[in-house]
Ligand binder design. Structure first.
Ligand code: UD1
Length: 421
Protein backbone atom coordinates (compact mmCIF):
# COMPACT_ATOMS: atom_id res chain seq x y z
CA UNK A 1 0.00 0.00 0.00
CA UNK A 2 1.25 3.47 -0.82
CA UNK A 3 0.21 6.98 0.09
CA UNK A 4 0.64 10.39 -1.50
CA UNK A 5 2.06 13.21 0.59
CA UNK A 6 1.57 16.79 -0.53
CA UNK A 7 2.87 20.00 1.02
CA UNK A 8 0.41 22.53 -0.35
CA UNK A 9 0.67 26.17 -1.29
CA UNK A 10 2.98 26.04 -4.31
CA UNK A 11 1.90 27.57 -7.61
CA UNK A 12 2.12 25.35 -10.67
CA UNK A 13 4.02 26.24 -13.85
CA UNK A 14 5.40 24.69 -17.03
CA UNK A 15 4.06 22.09 -19.45
CA UNK A 16 2.31 18.78 -19.04
CA UNK A 17 1.57 16.17 -21.67
CA UNK A 18 -1.89 14.60 -21.51
CA UNK A 19 -2.08 10.80 -21.99
CA UNK A 20 -4.46 8.86 -24.19
CA UNK A 21 -8.02 8.56 -22.98
CA UNK A 22 -8.66 5.54 -20.76
CA UNK A 23 -12.37 5.49 -21.57
CA UNK A 24 -11.60 5.40 -25.31
CA UNK A 25 -8.73 2.89 -25.07
CA UNK A 26 -10.84 0.35 -23.13
CA UNK A 27 -13.68 -0.08 -25.67
CA UNK A 28 -11.16 -0.07 -28.52
CA UNK A 29 -9.10 -2.83 -26.86
CA UNK A 30 -12.23 -4.96 -26.42
CA UNK A 31 -13.30 -4.12 -29.99
CA UNK A 32 -10.11 -5.78 -31.31
CA UNK A 33 -11.86 -9.09 -30.49
CA UNK A 34 -14.20 -8.48 -33.44
CA UNK A 35 -11.33 -8.36 -35.94
CA UNK A 36 -9.81 -11.80 -35.24
CA UNK A 37 -6.66 -10.11 -36.49
CA UNK A 38 -3.71 -8.03 -35.36
CA UNK A 39 -4.31 -4.41 -34.30
CA UNK A 40 -1.75 -1.88 -33.12
CA UNK A 41 -3.16 0.71 -30.74
CA UNK A 42 -1.14 3.81 -29.95
CA UNK A 43 -1.43 6.45 -27.20
CA UNK A 44 -2.81 3.82 -24.80
CA UNK A 45 -2.42 5.10 -21.22
CA UNK A 46 -0.48 2.58 -19.12
CA UNK A 47 -3.00 2.72 -16.27
CA UNK A 48 -4.21 -0.21 -14.19
CA UNK A 49 -7.67 -0.47 -15.85
CA UNK A 50 -5.87 -0.97 -19.16
CA UNK A 51 -3.65 -3.65 -17.57
CA UNK A 52 -6.77 -5.48 -16.40
CA UNK A 53 -8.38 -5.19 -19.86
CA UNK A 54 -5.24 -6.68 -21.42
CA UNK A 55 -5.23 -9.49 -18.82
CA UNK A 56 -8.84 -10.26 -19.80
CA UNK A 57 -7.88 -10.33 -23.48
CA UNK A 58 -4.97 -12.71 -22.70
CA UNK A 59 -7.30 -14.92 -20.61
CA UNK A 60 -9.57 -15.46 -23.63
CA UNK A 61 -6.68 -16.26 -25.96
CA UNK A 62 -5.40 -12.96 -27.39
CA UNK A 63 -1.69 -12.29 -27.88
CA UNK A 64 -0.82 -8.97 -26.30
CA UNK A 65 2.56 -7.22 -26.67
CA UNK A 66 3.54 -3.78 -25.43
CA UNK A 67 5.74 -2.31 -28.20
CA UNK A 68 6.50 0.91 -26.31
CA UNK A 69 5.17 2.34 -23.06
CA UNK A 70 1.99 3.49 -24.84
CA UNK A 71 1.73 1.31 -27.99
CA UNK A 72 0.22 -2.13 -27.71
CA UNK A 73 -0.22 -4.85 -30.32
CA UNK A 74 -3.19 -7.18 -29.86
CA UNK A 75 -3.77 -10.28 -32.00
CA UNK A 76 -7.20 -11.76 -31.38
CA UNK A 77 -7.03 -14.61 -33.93
CA UNK A 78 -6.93 -17.23 -31.14
CA UNK A 79 -9.68 -15.71 -28.95
CA UNK A 80 -12.45 -18.02 -27.70
CA UNK A 81 -15.63 -16.72 -25.97
CA UNK A 82 -16.86 -17.20 -22.41
CA UNK A 83 -13.42 -17.82 -20.87
CA UNK A 84 -12.76 -14.64 -18.89
CA UNK A 85 -12.57 -15.32 -15.14
CA UNK A 86 -14.94 -13.58 -12.72
CA UNK A 87 -12.05 -12.23 -10.61
CA UNK A 88 -10.71 -10.23 -13.57
CA UNK A 89 -14.06 -9.09 -14.99
CA UNK A 90 -15.28 -7.91 -11.59
CA UNK A 91 -12.33 -5.52 -11.15
CA UNK A 92 -13.58 -3.03 -13.70
CA UNK A 93 -16.69 -1.62 -15.38
CA UNK A 94 -15.42 -1.81 -18.95
CA UNK A 95 -15.28 -5.62 -18.83
CA UNK A 96 -18.99 -5.32 -19.76
CA UNK A 97 -17.71 -4.64 -23.30
CA UNK A 98 -16.82 -8.33 -23.55
CA UNK A 99 -20.55 -8.95 -23.97
CA UNK A 100 -20.95 -6.88 -27.13
CA UNK A 101 -17.61 -7.98 -28.60
CA UNK A 102 -18.05 -11.73 -27.96
CA UNK A 103 -21.69 -11.65 -29.08
CA UNK A 104 -20.70 -9.83 -32.28
CA UNK A 105 -18.00 -12.36 -33.17
CA UNK A 106 -19.25 -15.65 -31.69
CA UNK A 107 -23.00 -15.09 -31.02
CA UNK A 108 -22.36 -16.02 -27.40
CA UNK A 109 -20.74 -14.20 -24.53
CA UNK A 110 -20.08 -14.42 -20.80
CA UNK A 111 -18.71 -11.89 -18.33
CA UNK A 112 -18.33 -11.86 -14.55
CA UNK A 113 -20.52 -9.06 -13.17
CA UNK A 114 -18.56 -5.83 -13.92
CA UNK A 115 -17.27 -3.84 -10.93
CA UNK A 116 -15.57 -0.43 -11.13
CA UNK A 117 -15.86 2.78 -9.11
CA UNK A 118 -18.77 2.85 -6.71
CA UNK A 119 -20.93 5.92 -7.22
CA UNK A 120 -24.32 4.38 -6.62
CA UNK A 121 -26.22 1.79 -8.62
CA UNK A 122 -24.61 0.99 -11.94
CA UNK A 123 -27.25 -1.03 -13.79
CA UNK A 124 -26.78 -2.85 -17.10
CA UNK A 125 -30.47 -2.99 -18.04
CA UNK A 126 -30.05 -0.86 -21.17
CA UNK A 127 -27.20 -3.05 -22.44
CA UNK A 128 -29.31 -6.16 -21.85
CA UNK A 129 -32.47 -4.71 -23.39
CA UNK A 130 -30.49 -3.74 -26.48
CA UNK A 131 -28.97 -7.21 -26.88
CA UNK A 132 -32.43 -8.74 -26.45
CA UNK A 133 -33.84 -6.44 -29.14
CA UNK A 134 -31.10 -7.80 -31.41
CA UNK A 135 -32.19 -11.39 -30.71
CA UNK A 136 -29.95 -12.49 -27.83
CA UNK A 137 -31.18 -14.28 -24.72
CA UNK A 138 -29.51 -12.86 -21.63
CA UNK A 139 -29.39 -14.57 -18.22
CA UNK A 140 -27.26 -14.66 -15.09
CA UNK A 141 -25.40 -17.74 -13.89
CA UNK A 142 -23.32 -17.87 -10.67
CA UNK A 143 -22.34 -14.19 -10.87
CA UNK A 144 -21.77 -14.22 -14.63
CA UNK A 145 -23.92 -12.53 -17.28
CA UNK A 146 -24.47 -14.92 -20.16
CA UNK A 147 -25.77 -13.84 -23.57
CA UNK A 148 -26.56 -16.21 -26.43
CA UNK A 149 -28.00 -15.86 -29.91
CA UNK A 150 -27.94 -19.42 -31.31
CA UNK A 151 -29.32 -18.24 -34.66
CA UNK A 152 -27.12 -15.15 -34.72
CA UNK A 153 -28.01 -11.55 -33.90
CA UNK A 154 -30.26 -9.51 -36.15
CA UNK A 155 -30.21 -5.79 -36.90
CA UNK A 156 -32.67 -3.67 -34.92
CA UNK A 157 -33.71 -0.16 -33.98
CA UNK A 158 -32.71 0.41 -30.38
CA UNK A 159 -33.85 3.41 -28.37
CA UNK A 160 -31.86 4.09 -25.21
CA UNK A 161 -33.86 5.58 -22.31
CA UNK A 162 -30.64 7.27 -21.17
CA UNK A 163 -27.68 8.12 -23.44
CA UNK A 164 -25.51 5.56 -21.65
CA UNK A 165 -21.87 5.41 -22.74
CA UNK A 166 -21.55 1.73 -21.88
CA UNK A 167 -24.78 0.66 -23.60
CA UNK A 168 -23.90 2.66 -26.73
CA UNK A 169 -20.45 1.02 -26.90
CA UNK A 170 -21.85 -2.46 -26.34
CA UNK A 171 -24.54 -2.10 -29.01
CA UNK A 172 -22.05 -0.76 -31.56
CA UNK A 173 -19.81 -3.77 -30.84
CA UNK A 174 -22.72 -6.19 -31.22
CA UNK A 175 -23.97 -4.55 -34.44
CA UNK A 176 -20.87 -4.02 -36.61
CA UNK A 177 -20.84 -7.56 -38.07
CA UNK A 178 -24.57 -8.24 -37.69
CA UNK A 179 -26.36 -8.37 -41.06
CA UNK A 180 -28.70 -5.44 -41.78
CA UNK A 181 -28.86 -1.90 -40.44
CA UNK A 182 -28.93 -1.26 -36.71
CA UNK A 183 -29.94 2.20 -35.52
CA UNK A 184 -29.19 3.43 -32.00
CA UNK A 185 -31.35 6.40 -30.99
CA UNK A 186 -30.57 8.65 -28.01
CA UNK A 187 -27.00 7.34 -28.17
CA UNK A 188 -24.20 8.73 -26.01
CA UNK A 189 -22.31 11.51 -27.80
CA UNK A 190 -19.03 11.37 -25.88
CA UNK A 191 -15.82 11.80 -27.92
CA UNK A 192 -14.80 8.24 -26.99
CA UNK A 193 -17.86 6.90 -28.87
CA UNK A 194 -16.64 8.69 -32.01
CA UNK A 195 -13.10 7.36 -31.41
CA UNK A 196 -14.38 3.78 -31.11
CA UNK A 197 -16.31 4.21 -34.39
CA UNK A 198 -13.20 5.67 -36.09
CA UNK A 199 -11.23 2.61 -35.02
CA UNK A 200 -13.91 0.17 -36.18
CA UNK A 201 -14.40 1.97 -39.51
CA UNK A 202 -10.64 1.65 -40.13
CA UNK A 203 -11.14 -2.09 -39.53
CA UNK A 204 -13.79 -2.18 -42.29
CA UNK A 205 -16.98 -1.39 -40.32
CA UNK A 206 -19.70 0.95 -41.65
CA UNK A 207 -20.73 3.20 -38.74
CA UNK A 208 -22.18 6.67 -39.29
CA UNK A 209 -23.30 9.32 -36.85
CA UNK A 210 -21.03 8.38 -33.91
CA UNK A 211 -20.74 11.49 -31.76
CA UNK A 212 -24.36 12.38 -32.55
CA UNK A 213 -27.52 11.06 -30.93
CA UNK A 214 -28.45 8.69 -33.77
CA UNK A 215 -25.88 6.12 -34.84
CA UNK A 216 -26.46 4.00 -37.95
CA UNK A 217 -24.50 0.77 -38.27
CA UNK A 218 -24.62 -1.25 -41.47
CA UNK A 219 -23.40 -4.74 -40.63
CA UNK A 220 -20.36 -5.92 -42.63
CA UNK A 221 -19.29 -9.53 -43.15
CA UNK A 222 -15.90 -9.27 -41.52
CA UNK A 223 -13.41 -6.84 -40.04
CA UNK A 224 -9.64 -6.74 -40.35
CA UNK A 225 -6.88 -5.38 -38.12
CA UNK A 226 -5.61 -1.80 -38.29
CA UNK A 227 -3.45 0.77 -36.51
CA UNK A 228 -5.13 3.45 -34.47
CA UNK A 229 -4.14 6.27 -32.13
CA UNK A 230 -6.39 6.87 -29.12
CA UNK A 231 -7.67 10.44 -28.55
CA UNK A 232 -6.31 12.53 -25.64
CA UNK A 233 -7.94 12.11 -22.24
CA UNK A 234 -10.30 15.03 -21.63
CA UNK A 235 -10.73 14.08 -17.97
CA UNK A 236 -6.99 13.99 -17.33
CA UNK A 237 -6.67 17.33 -19.15
CA UNK A 238 -9.52 18.82 -17.09
CA UNK A 239 -7.90 17.55 -13.91
CA UNK A 240 -4.66 19.48 -14.62
CA UNK A 241 -6.73 22.54 -15.58
CA UNK A 242 -8.56 22.35 -12.25
CA UNK A 243 -5.26 21.80 -10.41
CA UNK A 244 -3.78 25.03 -11.84
CA UNK A 245 -6.95 26.96 -11.06
CA UNK A 246 -6.80 25.66 -7.46
CA UNK A 247 -3.08 26.12 -6.81
CA UNK A 248 -2.57 29.22 -8.99
CA UNK A 249 0.12 29.69 -11.65
CA UNK A 250 0.15 29.00 -15.37
CA UNK A 251 0.42 25.65 -17.14
CA UNK A 252 0.34 24.63 -20.80
CA UNK A 253 -1.25 21.27 -21.62
CA UNK A 254 0.01 19.36 -24.68
CA UNK A 255 -1.91 16.67 -26.58
CA UNK A 256 -5.37 18.03 -25.80
CA UNK A 257 -8.48 18.59 -27.96
CA UNK A 258 -9.77 22.04 -26.96
CA UNK A 259 -13.28 21.32 -28.31
CA UNK A 260 -13.67 18.45 -25.85
CA UNK A 261 -12.89 20.85 -23.01
CA UNK A 262 -15.59 23.47 -23.73
CA UNK A 263 -17.75 22.89 -20.64
CA UNK A 264 -14.76 22.68 -18.30
CA UNK A 265 -13.09 25.76 -19.84
CA UNK A 266 -16.34 27.75 -19.55
CA UNK A 267 -16.68 26.98 -15.83
CA UNK A 268 -13.02 27.76 -15.12
CA UNK A 269 -13.38 31.12 -16.87
CA UNK A 270 -16.52 31.85 -14.83
CA UNK A 271 -14.48 31.18 -11.70
CA UNK A 272 -11.78 33.66 -12.73
CA UNK A 273 -9.16 31.54 -14.50
CA UNK A 274 -7.80 32.36 -17.95
CA UNK A 275 -8.05 29.59 -20.52
CA UNK A 276 -6.63 29.84 -24.03
CA UNK A 277 -6.31 27.22 -26.73
CA UNK A 278 -4.29 26.63 -29.86
CA UNK A 279 -6.43 23.99 -31.55
CA UNK A 280 -3.95 23.33 -34.36
CA UNK A 281 -1.07 22.76 -31.99
CA UNK A 282 -3.28 20.71 -29.65
CA UNK A 283 -2.35 22.86 -26.67
CA UNK A 284 -4.24 24.80 -24.01
CA UNK A 285 -2.92 27.19 -21.37
CA UNK A 286 -4.61 27.76 -18.02
CA UNK A 287 -3.58 30.57 -15.67
CA UNK A 288 -5.00 31.81 -12.42
CA UNK A 289 -3.68 34.79 -10.53
CA UNK A 290 -6.80 36.47 -9.11
CA UNK A 291 -8.96 34.95 -6.34
CA UNK A 292 -11.57 32.41 -7.50
CA UNK A 293 -15.25 33.31 -7.55
CA UNK A 294 -18.24 31.04 -6.96
CA UNK A 295 -20.10 29.20 -9.70
CA UNK A 296 -22.73 26.50 -10.25
CA UNK A 297 -22.01 23.24 -12.06
CA UNK A 298 -24.56 20.70 -13.24
CA UNK A 299 -23.16 17.47 -14.56
CA UNK A 300 -24.78 16.02 -17.62
CA UNK A 301 -24.14 13.80 -20.61
CA UNK A 302 -21.67 15.13 -23.21
CA UNK A 303 -21.46 17.91 -24.30
CA UNK A 304 -22.66 18.78 -20.78
CA UNK A 305 -20.21 19.16 -17.92
CA UNK A 306 -18.68 15.68 -17.32
CA UNK A 307 -19.62 13.89 -14.13
CA UNK A 308 -16.05 12.55 -14.09
CA UNK A 309 -14.84 16.17 -13.55
CA UNK A 310 -17.15 17.19 -10.70
CA UNK A 311 -15.04 15.93 -7.76
CA UNK A 312 -12.00 17.83 -9.12
CA UNK A 313 -14.03 21.07 -9.12
CA UNK A 314 -15.04 20.68 -5.48
CA UNK A 315 -11.73 21.97 -4.00
CA UNK A 316 -12.03 25.04 -6.28
CA UNK A 317 -15.48 25.73 -4.92
CA UNK A 318 -14.22 25.46 -1.33
CA UNK A 319 -11.70 28.22 -2.07
CA UNK A 320 -13.99 30.40 -4.22
CA UNK A 321 -15.60 33.55 -2.85
CA UNK A 322 -19.36 33.03 -2.41
CA UNK A 323 -21.78 30.12 -2.60
CA UNK A 324 -21.12 27.46 -5.24
CA UNK A 325 -23.12 24.34 -6.06
CA UNK A 326 -22.54 21.07 -7.86
CA UNK A 327 -25.68 19.24 -9.02
CA UNK A 328 -24.97 15.66 -10.03
CA UNK A 329 -27.15 14.69 -12.98
CA UNK A 330 -25.67 11.29 -13.89
CA UNK A 331 -24.88 9.20 -10.80
CA UNK A 332 -26.92 8.68 -7.63
CA UNK A 333 -24.07 8.79 -5.10
CA UNK A 334 -20.99 10.69 -6.11
CA UNK A 335 -20.38 12.92 -3.07
CA UNK A 336 -18.64 10.49 -0.72
CA UNK A 337 -15.49 12.60 -0.98
CA UNK A 338 -17.23 15.58 0.68
CA UNK A 339 -16.52 14.23 4.19
CA UNK A 340 -12.83 14.21 3.34
CA UNK A 341 -12.95 17.86 2.25
CA UNK A 342 -14.71 18.70 5.55
CA UNK A 343 -11.71 17.19 7.40
CA UNK A 344 -9.66 19.81 5.55
CA UNK A 345 -11.91 22.62 6.81
CA UNK A 346 -14.32 22.92 3.87
CA UNK A 347 -17.84 24.24 4.44
CA UNK A 348 -19.88 21.82 2.32
CA UNK A 349 -23.29 20.27 2.74
CA UNK A 350 -25.01 17.71 0.54
CA UNK A 351 -28.74 17.58 -0.03
CA UNK A 352 -29.80 14.84 -2.41
CA UNK A 353 -27.97 15.32 -5.68
CA UNK A 354 -26.64 18.80 -4.85
CA UNK A 355 -23.58 19.83 -2.87
CA UNK A 356 -23.38 23.43 -1.64
CA UNK A 357 -20.01 25.04 -0.88
CA UNK A 358 -19.62 28.20 1.20
CA UNK A 359 -16.35 29.97 0.51
CA UNK A 360 -13.78 31.17 0.63
CA UNK A 361 -12.10 28.71 2.95
CA UNK A 362 -8.37 28.15 3.25
CA UNK A 363 -8.13 24.37 3.23
CA UNK A 364 -5.79 22.80 5.78
CA UNK A 365 -3.77 19.66 5.11
CA UNK A 366 -5.16 16.47 6.73
CA UNK A 367 -5.09 12.67 6.37
CA UNK A 368 -7.74 11.82 3.76
CA UNK A 369 -8.86 8.83 1.72
CA UNK A 370 -9.15 8.50 -2.06
CA UNK A 371 -12.55 6.81 -2.35
CA UNK A 372 -12.50 6.35 -6.12
CA UNK A 373 -10.54 7.33 -9.19
CA UNK A 374 -11.78 10.90 -9.71
CA UNK A 375 -12.39 11.56 -6.00
CA UNK A 376 -8.74 10.60 -5.50
CA UNK A 377 -7.72 13.26 -8.02
CA UNK A 378 -9.91 15.73 -6.10
CA UNK A 379 -8.01 14.95 -2.89
CA UNK A 380 -4.73 15.64 -4.70
CA UNK A 381 -6.05 19.00 -5.94
CA UNK A 382 -7.28 19.86 -2.43
CA UNK A 383 -3.83 19.00 -1.09
CA UNK A 384 -2.14 21.25 -3.66
CA UNK A 385 -4.06 24.33 -2.52
CA UNK A 386 -4.21 23.50 1.22
CA UNK A 387 -1.88 24.92 3.84
CA UNK A 388 0.36 22.28 5.46
CA UNK A 389 0.62 18.57 4.72
CA UNK A 390 -2.04 16.32 3.20
CA UNK A 391 -1.64 12.54 3.29
CA UNK A 392 -3.84 10.56 0.90
CA UNK A 393 -4.35 6.82 1.37
CA UNK A 394 -5.95 4.18 -0.88
CA UNK A 395 -4.15 5.87 -3.77
CA UNK A 396 -4.14 2.71 -5.93
CA UNK A 397 -7.62 3.77 -7.15
CA UNK A 398 -6.00 6.79 -8.79
CA UNK A 399 -3.79 4.44 -10.84
CA UNK A 400 -6.91 3.07 -12.54
CA UNK A 401 -7.11 6.11 -14.76
CA UNK A 402 -4.21 8.55 -14.26
CA UNK A 403 -0.79 7.74 -15.63
CA UNK A 404 1.96 9.17 -13.38
CA UNK A 405 -0.19 11.89 -11.75
CA UNK A 406 2.40 12.45 -9.01
CA UNK A 407 5.35 12.64 -11.44
CA UNK A 408 3.53 15.05 -13.77
CA UNK A 409 2.51 17.37 -10.90
CA UNK A 410 6.02 17.28 -9.45
CA UNK A 411 7.35 18.43 -12.83
CA UNK A 412 4.89 21.35 -12.63
CA UNK A 413 6.45 22.39 -9.32
CA UNK A 414 4.17 20.70 -6.77
CA UNK A 415 5.71 19.41 -3.54
CA UNK A 416 4.25 15.92 -3.87
CA UNK A 417 5.60 12.41 -3.39
CA UNK A 418 4.39 8.83 -3.23
CA UNK A 419 5.72 6.61 -0.44
CA UNK A 420 5.13 3.16 1.04
CA UNK A 421 2.62 3.32 3.90
C1 UD1 B 1 -18.84 5.63 -18.29
C2 UD1 B 1 -17.48 5.94 -17.72
C3 UD1 B 1 -17.62 6.63 -16.35
C4 UD1 B 1 -18.51 7.87 -16.49
C5 UD1 B 1 -19.84 7.52 -17.16
C6 UD1 B 1 -20.67 8.75 -17.46
C7 UD1 B 1 -16.16 4.15 -18.66
C8 UD1 B 1 -15.39 2.89 -18.43
N1 UD1 B 1 -16.74 4.70 -17.59
O1 UD1 B 1 -19.46 4.73 -17.37
O2 UD1 B 1 -16.33 7.01 -15.93
O3 UD1 B 1 -18.78 8.39 -15.20
O4 UD1 B 1 -19.59 6.84 -18.42
O5 UD1 B 1 -19.97 9.64 -18.28
O6 UD1 B 1 -16.22 4.66 -19.76
N2 UD1 B 1 -27.62 3.55 -16.84
C9 UD1 B 1 -28.78 2.83 -16.70
N3 UD1 B 1 -28.84 1.59 -17.28
C10 UD1 B 1 -27.79 1.06 -17.98
C11 UD1 B 1 -26.61 1.82 -18.11
C12 UD1 B 1 -26.56 3.06 -17.51
O7 UD1 B 1 -29.73 3.27 -16.07
O8 UD1 B 1 -27.92 -0.06 -18.48
C13 UD1 B 1 -27.52 4.89 -16.19
C14 UD1 B 1 -26.50 4.91 -15.06
O9 UD1 B 1 -27.05 4.50 -13.85
C15 UD1 B 1 -26.09 6.37 -15.06
C16 UD1 B 1 -26.20 6.79 -16.54
O10 UD1 B 1 -27.01 5.81 -17.16
O11 UD1 B 1 -27.02 7.11 -14.33
C17 UD1 B 1 -24.90 6.88 -17.27
O12 UD1 B 1 -24.23 5.64 -17.23
P1 UD1 B 1 -23.23 5.20 -18.40
O13 UD1 B 1 -23.07 6.30 -19.39
O14 UD1 B 1 -23.65 3.86 -18.88
O15 UD1 B 1 -21.86 5.03 -17.60
P2 UD1 B 1 -20.75 3.92 -17.77
O16 UD1 B 1 -20.65 3.54 -19.22
O17 UD1 B 1 -20.92 2.87 -16.76
Amino acid sequence: MEKIIIKGGRRLGGEVSVSGMKNAALPILFATILTGDKCVIDNVPPVSDVTIALDILRAIGAEVTWRTRTRVAVNTAGVRPCLSPYQLDNQMRASAYLLGAELGRFSRARVGWPGGCNFGTRPLDLHIKGFETMGAAVSTDSGYIVAEAPNGLHAASVYLDIPSVGATVNLILAAVTTPGTTVITNAAREPHIADLADFLNKCGADIRGAGEDEIVIRGVERLHGCSHTVIPDMIEAGTYMAAVAAAGGSVTLRNVVADHMDSVSAKLREMGAEVTADAEAGTMTVSRTAPLCATHVKTYFYPGFPTDMQPQFAPLMCCAEGISTISEGVWSNRFRYVDELCKMGAHVSVDGSTATFIGPVTLQGAPVVAFDLRAGAAMVIAGLCAGGQTEITNVEVIDRGFYNLVGKLKKLGADIKRVEE
